[in-house]
Design a binder for this molecule. Sequence first.
Ligand SMILES: [Zn+2]
Length: 595
Amino acid sequence: MTNPLRNETTSDTLPSWDLGDLYQSPEDPNLRTDIAKAEALAAAFRKKYMGNVGTLTADDLAEAIKAYEELTDLSGKFSCYAQLLYAADMATPEHGIFYQNMMEKSSDISVTVLFFTLELNKIDDKHLSRHLEASESLRHYEPWIRDLRAFKPYQLADDMEELLHEKNITGAASWNRLFDETLAGLLFPFDKEQLGCAEIINLLSSPDAETRKKAGLSIGKVLAANGKTFSLITNVLAKDKEIEDKWRNFAEPISSRNLANFIEDDVVNNLIETVKNNYPKLSHRYYRIKAKWFGVKKLAYWDRNAPLPSADEEAISWDEAVKMVLASYRAFSPELADIGQQFFDNNWIDAVPRKGKESGAFAHPVVPSAHPYLLLNYLGKSRDVMTLAHELGHGIHQVLAGKQQGALMCDTPLTLAETASVFGEQLTFRSLLEKEKDERKRQIMIAGKVEDMLNTVVRQVAFCEFERVVHAERQNGELSQARICDIWMDVQEESLGDAFSFDISYKYYWTYISHFIHAPFYVYAYAFGDCLVNALYGQYLKQPKGFQEKYITMLKAGGSLRHTELLAPFGLNAKDPQFWQTGINVISDFIDQIE
Ligand SMILES: [Zn+2]
């Protein structure tokens, strides 16, 4: 058995990020200066505009929004810095304290200026459209105003909004922190070692069956031992959300997420239903093939991500991974590759796995006046290469949108936030597949891609179902640990199919899925992104000429356009009932190829 953590080829060359572009340290005098500046700006802004937003001229309103945008960028800078410092090393208690303090500073600032968006939403539609006609500088902010007003029907009285905002820091945000610190602090016995969460989960994709089993059981045992805490956090946050949803008058637990994504409920429901209807054609069928390849009647849950027999197990060095990913981007668009190159040249990536570091991977946009950072836990697997391609896609998207749209309009709604990342993965995969001439190896690669897609589409939709049931049942009272475990096992059996036998130790695996805690109902965005990119990629194959230009324009739009407007230039429409099936058929076709 080889322990991937001892892999010499990957450990030395892995980069750590340099947060010095933000601040040198928590003691950096510039940090204190920026906080003081932001506080003073916020106070002056409140004094100047509070109570009279509705009576401003069109140009004065534009000027106010501009000041608000600058403040958003400035306070984002120090809170993001604290967040990144903490994510890279949660084990250092000072980081937790610093992070909490910066969140509180930033929360105080946003409470000070919260009146502005609330008052802006009270301006009536007619008055506002006259303003927009009158002032070009105001028209620049039209998408932001449009998005803000989408929340108008759910808006509470000003003082209630302020109270909710302020209480968040000791409410949901603190429960999130408890979750993060609990998870980061867990130690999983493995042989004579104690592993962190990311390290032990990585062993589930070990080529050695015994290793996977031991890791799987160890994870199940440790998570179960902490089940009480995780179940409390889950219950509290579901109740917290229910209370707020009730006050705001949201129809369903998922509704606020759909609104924040600027996506219609029926488009999301259609996606979920289409994926569920395709479980037999996708996951059920694929895992039966996998079981056959493994020569077993039933797969254990710890075999779900097991590498395929005769898959290449050689670790891929970081340098090789970087080369592969950048070459794939370059073959598609040199402009995108050049932006991607900056992440490596300037140390915007933290790839070293460390104890106490946040598990998984993310791309943080930070603020447009700075630049994004990527966090990875690189272990040299081909999945890790895909993760790099994925997060780099986010990063490039964030650079393009940030430059073009500024702090208020750069954020892409979640559903489209996964577009550039998944597209980047697709590019990397296709170019690797093209280079491979060995038929057997190609099969393994396709199977690997299918597994990734099932993890993105089927698994995330199953997660979404889990959340739906948990949130719905929480409305009738607190859920016991046993009940949450049952819901988890039900959705797993339904989505993965009869090729699996589910050991009882699997039942606590819901506890470590951080999206349930950090962003309820976020998960369907992955399925949305994957199916959408499949459709988009299909258009690229059909009509490659001029595609790159349209694609980059789409990325630059950030949050300024909605999905219908963004997809129209490609001849696509997510409201079309057949749209999702087209994306899903790409996965199904891959399964046909290996069947
Ligand atoms: Zn992503």
